[in-house]
Design a protein around this ligand. Structure first.
Ligand SMILES: Cc1ncc(COP(=O)(O)O)c(C=O)c1O
Length: 390
């Protein structure tokens, strides 16, 4: 199979597959174009499809067991793609990254404790904190003149000086598409170590970083072995989030052991009969698909910038350094995400309202998932412009 532009241009119809994005009536009415949730309208790599068919062909679906090859596949991928050396014993499987965030909050903090996040941010971070009876300590990102977001290091330090002992960090960042740099990560690690805080770095978007930026893992920063856990998955990278499998990694055996013990106590088990072979295939035999998708998405970024410049010139598209998600400031057209959403739905377009990522600093913004065929992307932006035109 050749994973070229034609392959990704072809996309795939997902209607009728019990797909949240295309089939769930709570989110989509007929004719709506869904460009919200972060899963991709592309066919999976063939080795994943083959691994699933192969497993499905055996007509018994009892409890599975992970084997050494599962962890070796994961470690091999991270060394090959990101030059991060991880040993199998430095990993713990989890059902998904969001479960991991919740489990980490429960393991390492007490009811009422503050947990630091930086908004605008993928909403399950704050719900992992509030639903566990902990308190969100928000240190909003700072938006520069160039529309690029930066960490407010002084404000982070002030919170650590008080009593905040946990940072839930998103690297690369959803929704503002920042690929954090080594120096930025180093400052976070240094502060965490200085104040005895713990960092949980969600690196599920690690594989989506565009030139000239490069992905830097929190784990590769000196000192991270004292204070950091990293969570990731093959799910975004290879478009298999419905299979539910993720990985926690730490170079600190004590932290990893405590997380693992807590998950066991809570009965959080992982490794389902289909996820295991599919994830192993993803990590070992699908680099060509991933490279094809990344070069396709790189073109999508240009299409997106050109289309906005032509059709909605006052929209401010946050520079897309990473992820397949675009964070768009539409306040020149309408100050509120809710009313933008209403107008978009009238034109049969569904994006994410910015307010779910940040109540105040997300209002007037929308998040658009651009991992779809280029023709679909152009159509989505055409509908957006049609909805907001004055
Ligand atoms: C930053 C981030 N973390 C986690 C997830 C969800 O991961 P999972 O399906 O493994 O819970 C997403 C999904 O979009 C995400 O963007």
């Amino acid at each position: 199979m050749i994973y070229d532009r034609a392959f990704f241009d072809a996309g795939i119809s997902r209607v009728g597959t019990r797909c949240e994005k295309w089939d769930d009536p709570a989110y989509r009415k007929a004719d709506d174009l869904p460009m919200w949730v972060a899963d991709w309208d592309f066919q999976c790599a063939q080795p994943i499809v083959d691994a699933l068919k192969n497993r499905a062909a055996h007509p018994c679906y009892g409890y599975p067991c992970a084997d050494d090859n599962d962890r070796a596949a994961f470690c091999g991928f991270w060394e090959r793609r990101h030059q991060v050396r991880i040993l199998p014993e430095q990993t713990v499987m989890m059902p998904c990254v969001v479960t991991g965030l919740r489990q980490a909050v429960l393991t390492f903090t007490q009811p009422g404790d503050g947990v630091l996040i930086m908004t605008p941010l993928y909403a399950p971070f704050s719900s992992a904190i509030t639903r566990s009876g902990r308190t969100v300590v928000d240190v909003p990102l700072l938006k520069g003149e160039d529309a690029r977001y930066n960490i407010d290091f002084d404000a982070v330090e002030k919170q650590l000086e008080k009593d905040v002992r946990m940072i839930l960090f998103c690297n690369p960042h959803n929704p503002v598409s920042r690929a954090w740099e080594a120096e930025e990560l180093r400052r976070i690690v240094d502060m965490a170590n200085a104040y005895g805080a713990l960092i949980v770095s969600d690196e599920i978007h690690a594989d989506f970083v565009y030139q000239p930026r490069r992905f830097v893992s929190m784990l590769s920063v000196p000192g991270a072995e004292k204070c950091a856990l990293m969570f990731t998955a093959a799910s975004k990278t290879f478009n298999i989030p419905g299979l539910q499998q993720a990985m926690a990694v730490s170079f600190n055996a004590d932290l990893l052991g405590r997380l693992s013990d807590h998950m066991e106590t809570q009965g959080v088990t992982s490794g389902n009969v289909f996820a295991l072979p599919a994830t192993q295939a993803a990590y070992t035999a699908c680099d060509d698909w991933l490279d094809g998708m990344l070069s396709y998405l790189d073109e999508s970024r240009k299409i997106l910038a050109d289309s906005f410049a032509a059709l909605l010139p006052e929209a401010v598209v946050t520079p897309i350094e990473a992820t397949a998600l675009s964070w768009i400031d539409l306040r020149a057209y309408d100050a509120h995400s809710d009313s933008i959403d209403t107008k978009l739905r009238e034109k049969h377009l569904v994006l994410n309202r910015g307010t779910i990522f940040g109540k105040e600093n997300g209002d007037g913004y929308m998040r658009l998932n651009f991992a779809c065929p280029h023709a679909t992307l152009r159509e989505g932006i055409r509908r957006l412009a049609d909805a907001l035109k004055r």
